[in-house]
Design a protein around this ligand. Structure first.
Ligand SMILES: [Zn+2]
Length: 317
């Protein structure tokens, strides 16, 4: 089994849709994170937003890791801060998939070009900001020569945020063509979903059960909380933002038993600096966050998971 670690590497303004004035102070923390990765031989994929890809200091930090061959640089489009700005800046338009296709393409192209220019190689891996991905985005990615896509969040429906519904997807990677987000042998793009599933054996059954308990009656009864505490229904994201090390390890063991070919751990660079993301609010959280990653990497190393970047995984998949 392969271990992929994919990081949305973005500006400090969590959920504030600003076209300009996007500081990138959190990127300073990547040096420490990368030291941890290097210690365990982990090659992460940093997916860059436009402010990060254009800030000289963040470019220098990430370039120094890339030239050593210790990471991959991909792209991560936040439409609200990626030119051109032909749309109204609002929540609906914060999802790339909600914009007209030609504007999607123009934004992807401008992000693609600054990464080519500032990092010397064309990015081939992509994740949409706020998971706002659809087949039109896939078409633009194909036009720009991308090979991997990682916006699918299995068993999640972003409808209430005006985003896509990935609730029928599971964590299995698949090749597809831009016309449809369903598996197709020989497809031009490899979809590598975020690793999201359950601690229990049957992911589809757990998901259906979980959906049934969404109604207000069951919510009032706190049924899901009770089942979670009893260890009967536990949805897990392989992310130090959502799960502690012990839970991530249990989930990884479940994914291994179910013979998934890879694990895709996801998080945001903003979680490296307290007070930016909602997941890490104190200095104590900052320490705990890196400890969670390190404990997981110790486990990964002990069971022989091989780390690789998205592009490396695509070339051997
Ligand atoms: Zn983002």
């Amino acid at each position: 089994m392969k271990l992929l670690i994919t990081i949305d590497t973005e500006e400090d303004n969590w959920s504030r849709y600003r076209t300009i004035e996007n500081p990138v102070e959190n990127i300073e923390r990547i040096e420490k994170l990368q030291t941890l990765f290097d210690r365990y031989g982990v090659k992460p994929t940093y997916l860059l937003s436009y402010p990060v890809a254009t800030n000289p200091r963040s470019v220098a930090i990430l370039n120094s890791i890339q030239v050593e061959g210790h990471c991959e640089i991909g792209s991560h489009c936040h439409p609200w801060n990626t030119p051109p700005f032909d749309e109204e800046i609002n929540e609906q338009n914060s999802m790339l998939c909600n914009l007209p296709e030609e504007l999607q393409y123009e934004k992807l192209k401008s992000l693609h070009e600054v990464i080519c220019h500032n990092f010397g190689t064309p990015p081939v891996s992509f994740r949409a900001g706020r998971w706002g991905f659809n087949t039109e985005v896939a078409r633009s990615l194909t036009r720009l020569g991308y090979r991997t896509e990682s916006s699918v969040t299995p068993y999640c429906d972003w409808g209430e945020y005006r985003g896509p519904d990935f609730s029928t997807h599971d964590p299995q990677p698949f090749r597809f063509n831009p016309e449809s987000l369903s598996p197709q042998a020989g497809g031009s793009l490899l979809q590598i979903p975020a690793s999201i599933g359950f601690l229990q054996q049957n992911f589809q059954f757990c998901h259906r059960l979980s959906q049934q308990f969404e109604t207000s009656f069951y919510n009032k009864m706190h049924i899901k909380g009770i089942l979670r505490r009893l260890g009967l229904l536990n949805k897990v994201w392989l992310s130090p933002e959502h799960a502690d090390a012990a839970t991530m390890i249990k989930f990884a063991q479940r994914m291994m038993k179910k013979n998934y070919p890879c694990l895709n751990m996801t998080f945001h660079s903003t979680s490296l600096l307290a007070g930016l993301s909602p997941f890490v609010t104190t200095e104590q959280d900052e320490i705990r966050f890196l400890q969670r990653i390190e404990r997981f990497l110790k486990f990964a190393s002990a069971v022989g998971l091989e780390s690789m970047t998205l592009a490396q995984y695509e070339s051997c998949a």
